[in-house]
Every structure is written in structure tokens, then in C-alpha cells.
Design a protein around this ligand. Structure first.
Ligand SMILES: Nc1ncnc2c1ncn2[C@@H]1O[C@H](COP(=O)(O)OP(=O)(O)OP(=O)(O)O)[C@@H](O)[C@H]1O
Length: 500
């Protein structure tokens, strides 16, 4: 009897130096299903997917595609067997057109003319309802459309299995909806989809089945419809959920009156943020919210001088401060965890230790390096405090899972004992347990008198932790919410209506 299983992985093992990333893991994918792969940071999801797609060779185990045993030694071999992958970071060429990106490097498409290539691209785009033109330069498409084009490319290569590793983490709600429509279309064509995300609501919206991994082991495989969300979370975390449920709503101490820790007036930057006023008090957690592109990140970048400041002034504790470059901000006790941790945050080839001490070392000066012993002691402290999963502090940071890399950057700033900490998407790509830990950490820092500005695409976690929300729209402040007005509805109202 022909099975409906398109992929079967059995007894998969993979070890890296000092880390057993997968032990004896089984995974099956059916035709036409969306199968979510869930687990906390470092659980082994990406490793399993990389074994599946030929990026890593397994140490042990069997893989079959449509019943046929396979042993991939390269991503090309996986691709030749009908496995397509689209990563969160798009790997297409921004300077080429949409059509060129769809067919580049594809020997079997011997196009006789641009016209025939563009015509074929148009047909494919139309059949998948992707809103873009074949002759358009890829960089002019939104991130979501670029992702869809990467998917279309895989579809045209006759993929039977599509792996989507955190495809939604940079998309807004509308874009996520469009991506889901495309996923449903592919499902109806019989494509099996492996879906990795940390957004639980999305898992339940689109997935048929869920496989949970923890510490490299298989916890179980479930029908999504019969696994309540709280059970999923406790399976991922390996503990009951009361910690998540009991996180107190953010009633952080806003010390009214008194001099603000930081006050900005008429601040603007060359990243296009319009002049704005802003103040934060000791021990306050506030947030910048708004849709992607609203200017929420650009505003905090202006405060830290991460972009060139074009106007306005900043006072620290009531005194005018000269902050022309990030180093000036650091010396004033400001820490900044950037949104783009790959581009702006981690230094991939350096160890966990060197990444943790980086900000401290910059402040001290590179001509006065910390001794190895001192650096290791600093790093050890924050690896323990933030439960960073790493073989050692000397491991290159690029070998850590995404969420653990994020914790290292957080450790970097905590080590400088900042007075004011700006955290832009600190919980993106982070599992639910660690998210709660980071939210708790923010509340604790605030209690200790540190002021925090928090940005997150998940409005709920901002409502839980912030005592004031600044709502951005079209690169300027559209409104400010406190107290009883701190609700999702009020935020939407300001975004929709643009009034205070
Ligand atoms: N190339 C590598 N070298 C060494 N260790 C690695 C490598 N890739 C992954 N690991 C380790 O294997 C374990 C599993 O990591 P993996 O990236 O698969 O987790 P994940 O579930 O995808 O996590 P996240 O949600 O944070 O991305 C982690 O402890 C990680 O540090």
C-alpha cells in the first residue's frame, strides 16, 4: 500500500563538539500537511532541519523520501530529492529581477529569451497569487513577497517537501496572512510543509500536526487539534506552566516627578525619524510600538546615536549630554540591544566570552584588555545568570542556537550595569520559557532602578511589562498610552486613527 508519508526520519543522532544536538529523533511528514517543529531554544529544531536538507550529515539514523532510502551529503542532493528550504534570512539576490531570482542557476531552464523567462515567471507568480512582477528588482519587494518568491522557486523545482524555518519572524500581520494563504495553496497541491516558529498562535492557525523536541530528544508527535496550547508549552519547557501564567502585569515603578534619567527634545535622525520628544524616569519600563516601518526602531536608534542624529538634544539626569556616536551613549550608561542581532549584534567568529565582554571592553579601551581569567569570570557569571546553553564560554557564538545568541547579547549589556537599557525585539526568535525569563529580568532591573525601553512585535508582551507605550505611525509619535488605556484595542485605535 502506498503510504501518505513523504518523509520519514528515524533514530537521527547528531553530535557537535561538546553538545549532543539530536539523540534518536524520529520525524515523519505526510503529503499535504503542515507539520510544526516546536521546542525551546537549543532544542535541536534547526539541526534536525539541517540534517533533513543535507546541510549536516547525520551521525546515525535513516531517512526515506517517499519510501526510498536517502543519504544526503549536500543541500543540492536534498534539493534533487524534492526538498526545498526557505530560511528566515532570504538567500536570494537583491539586485536581480524577480524572474531572474526564480530561475538563476537552474540548468534545465534553457530560456531562449528574457521574454520566455518572464512569461514563465508571471505564470508561476499568478498561479500562487504572489503580488509582484517578473521584471521588478527583488530589493523593491517587501520581505514577505521576497519570501514568497523563494517559495515559488522551490515549488517550481518540484519540491514535495518545503521547510520554512521561522519564516514569519519579520512579517507584519497582513504579510503573515498572505504567507499562510500561499502555504494553504501548497498544501492543497500535496506539498508537505515543515514549519518552525516561536509564535504559538500561528502554529495553531496553520498546522495539522506538531512534533516537540526538548534537549535534542523527541518528546512526542501530536495532532494540533488535540493538544491544548498550555500542554504544548509545558511539553516544550518540561515543566508546568504556572511561571508563564503568573507573570505579574507590568506595574513598574514610574517615579513621577523628579528629573528624567533621559530626556530627548526634537530628536531626529538620517534614518527618517521625524523630530520627537521623549523622556524616561528611573525604574520605568516603557515601550515603542507601531507597525513595522512605523519608525519605532529608528527612534530608539536615534537616542543611542546608532544612526546619524540630525537634530535635537538629549539631557541625562537634567544635564545636556553630547551623544554623537554609540560610544558616547555607552559612556552615559545607555545600553542598546539591536533588532538585527546577526548584522548589528553578534560577532560570529568570536567566542561567547568575547561577545559578552565586548561592550565593557569598548568602554575600557582596547589597549587595556581584560585578562583571560577576568573575562572568563564575567562570561561565566552571565552564562549562569541567563541560563545560556553553550558547551563552554570559549565556544564560538555562531555555534549557539539563535535564542542563546540573543541571551549572550543581553548579557553583554547587563555586564555594563547600564542606567538605561534599550531592548529592541529582545524576545524575537526566543522560546516561550525564555521569553518569560527575559520579561521577568526586565521587571527585576526596573525594580533595581534601571530604566528600560522595550520594543516587541508582540503587543501582548509589551502590555504585560510596560507602564507606558509610545505608539508610532509614519515615523512620528501618534500617541502615548498609560494606565487603563494600556490595551491592545487602544493601541490599534491610535494606529488606525492616529489620534492621542
Ligand atoms: N554548528 C554547530 N556547532 C556546535 N554546536 C551546534 C551547532 N549547531 C547547533 N549546535 C548546538 O546544538 C544544539 C541545538 O541547536 P539548534 O540550533 O538545533 O536548536 P534550535 O532548537 O533550532 O534553537 P533556536 O530556537 O534557538 O534556533 C544547541 O545546543 C546548539 O548550541
Amino acid at each position: 500500500m502506498q503510504s501518505d508519508k513523504v518523509l520519514e526520519m528515524q533514530g537521527i543522532c547528531k553530535t557537535f563538539p561538546g553538545v549532543r544536538a539530536l539523540s534518536n529523533v524520529n520525524f515523519t511528514l505526510r503529503k499535504g500537511e503542515v507539520h510544526a517543529l516546536m521546542g525551546e531554544n537549543g532544542a535541536g529544531k534547526s539541526t534536525l532541519v539541517k540534517v533533513m536538507t543535507g546541510v549536516y550529515e547525520k551521525d546515525a539514523g535513516q531517512i526515506t523520501v517517499e519510501g526510498k532510502p536517502v543519504h544526503f551529503k549536500s543541500p543540492q542532493e536534498a534539493q534533487d530529492n524534492g526538498i526545498g528550504t526557505v530560511y528566515q534570512e532570504i538567500t536570494l539576490c537583491p539586485n536581480l529581477t524577480v524572474a531572474e531570482n526564480m530561475f538563476i542557476g537552474r540548468g534545465r531552464h534553457a530560456f531562449v529569451s528574457w521574454n520566455s523567462m518572464n512569461a514563465k515567471a508571471k505564470k508561476l507568480l499568478d498561479s500562487l497569487s504572489i503580488p509582484s512582477r517578473p521584471t521588478q528588482q527583488l530589493s523593491s519587494c517587501s520581505l514577505a513577497v521576497q519570501q514568497m518568491i523563494a517559495i515559488a522557486r522551490a515549488v517550481d523545482m518540484d519540491c514535495k517537501i518545503l521547510v520554512l524555518d521561522e519564516p514569519t519572524s519579520s512579517l507584519d500581520e497582513d504579510e503573515v496572512r498572505k504567507l499562510f494563504e500561499l502555504m494553504r495553496e501548497l498544501k492543497s497541491r500535496g506539498v508537505g510543509i515543515v514549519f518552525i516558529t516561536h509564535f504559538l498562535d500561528q502554529v495553531y492557525e496553520i498546522s495539522d500536526r506538531i512534533t516537540v523536541l526538548r534537549n535534542g530528544e523527541l518528546i512526542g508527535e501530536y495532532e494540533a487539534a488535540s493538544l491544548p496550547q498550555f500542554e504544548l508549552v509545558s511539553k516544550m519547557m518540561g515543566k508546568a506552566l504556572e511561571d508563564v501564567e503568573n507573570l505579574k502585569k507590568g506595574e513598574t515603578c514610574t517615579l513621577d516627578g523628579g528629573v528624567p534619567v533621559l530626556e530627548a527634545s526634537g530628536l531626529s535622525s538620517d534614518a527618517g525619524v521625524k523630530p520627537f520628544d521623549f523622556a524616561i524616569r528611573k525604574g520605568e519600563i516603557n515601550g515603542f510600538t507601531g507597525l513595522l516601518g512605523s519608525g519605532r526602531s529608528e527612534s530608539v536608534r536615534a537616542i543611542y546615536a546608532a544612526d546619524k542624529v540630525t537634530g535635537g538634544e538629549i539631557k541625562i539626569n537634567g544635564k545636556k549630554a553630547k551623544i554623537d556616536e554609540p560610544i558616547d551613549a555607552m559612556r552615559q550608561g545607555i545600553g542598546y540591544l539591536p533588532e538585527d542581532r546577526k548584522g548589528d549584534g553578534i560577532i560570529a567568529d568570536l567566542s561567547v566570552r568575547d561577545n559578552i565582554i565586548l561592550a565593557m571592553q569598548v568602554m575600557k579601551g582596547f589597549f587595556r584588555p581584560f585578562s583571560r581569567k577576568q573575562a572568563e569570570a564575567f562570561a561565566d557569571e552571565y552564562v549562569k545568570r541567563l541560563s545560556i546553553k553553550t558547551a563552554s564560554v570559549n565556544t564560538p557564538i555562531k555555534q549557539l542556537s539563535g535564542g542563546n545568541q540573543q541571551k549572550v547579547i543581553l548579557g553583554r549589556w547587563l555586564l555594563t550595569h547600564p542606567k538605561y537599557l534599550i531592548l529592541d525585539e529582545p524576545t524575537r526568535g526566543i522560546d516561550v520559557g525564555t521569553k518569560v525569563e527575559i520579561q521577568k529580568l526586565m521587571l527585576k532591573l526596573a525594580e533595581e532602578g534601571v530604566s528600560v525601553t522595550f520594543i516587541s512585535s508582540e503587543i501582548e508582551e509589551m502590555l504585560r511589562t510596560c507602564s507606558r507605550l509610545i505608539v508610532m505611525k509614519d515615523r512620528q509619535i501618534a500617541g502615548e498610552l498609560t494606565g487603563a488605556n494600556l490595551t491592545q484595542k487602544d493601541v490599534m485605535h491610535v494606529i488606525a486613527g492616529g489620534h492621542k
